[in-house]
Design a binder for this molecule. Sequence first.
Ligand code: GLY
Length: 372
Amino acid sequence: MNRAADVIVVGAGVIGLAVAYELSRRGARVRVLDARGEGQGASQASAGMLAPHTENLDQPPLWRLGVRSLDLYDGFVDGVCHASHLDIEYRRCGSLHVGTSEAQMEDLRGTADRLKAAGVSCELLTAALVRELEPRIAGDVAGGVLVPDHGYVAVSDLMRAMSAAGSAGGMRVDVERVLRVGASASGVRVETQTEVLHAPAVVVAAGSWTSRVAVEGDAALPVRPVRGQLVQLDWPVSPLARIVWGSDCYLVPWTTGALLVGATVEDAGFDERATTAGVHDLLASACDLLPSAWQAGFLGVRVGLRPATPDGLPVVGASLGVPGVYYATGHYRNGVLLAPITAVLLADLVLGQGEDSALASFAPGRFTGVRS
Ligand code: GLY
């Protein structure tokens, strides 16, 4: 049935739902369409790490955007919990990036210098201090960098709560594959597998599947899937107090005792299978970093396809091909971190409430070309 919506969001991953929630919070009638339902792509596999100072340091526009998003996180989670009446596991427990060789320590010293120069709170630690903070870490650790501001959010909790909060504001999520988006007399026409819809605005937030949504007049966005496998281990009590990064994996300790070990980075097209090699490598890396992982329970493996762009930056902004169409995609390894800032900046754009200058670095036109 063709119900009236002010905005149709294509994609119900963490970015699509965050944008939809924010628009709905500001009073828009929002309908979300996704071929597989809520959070079935990269979002369901994410460890939910919020660590811009570790992950994005080499890409200044992304780093700045990540820092802005991290700054929004407390308020974002509070707002979603309040509107949904649901709890979200969210902790700013800090992260510890450890090195095991002189070369790695040299890199970590450089990281600490850059962070301090940028005014970010961080501490370069000796091996003894690392072991004091995290006694279960392997004995060959040479030192580390502590970033107290980092944290994580349980993505499944966040998705459930955003969906409930949006629904309370009238947002609808339907399982529906969108094939094509084009201009129409009344705004934007959305052709799905079963119906044709119209709305004043459409946001394409389809992650790795973005290029399968044809937007008239825009070249297909070169967003490609990069597979990430992540294993989940189980302890009676969490073995770590904070996120720990090694050279080959990261460990995210939940308060429940579950430990997430991530992640592979693989070009495997749209193949969403877990592999023997992926699980083997993650377990071996986890046990190198945290020897007691050999004794942990094995809860399972998750697989997601991260949406990557050729320049490693997300695509957030207006389509050149169809007025009223916007993109919020290509967030690669940072979808969860960047969800709040993407939602705010895109809602501003869609509702005509201003265009943040940061968006210049993420404009769709760098890939979609000029209007045909
Ligand atoms: N942001 C962590 C990952 O993509 O593995």
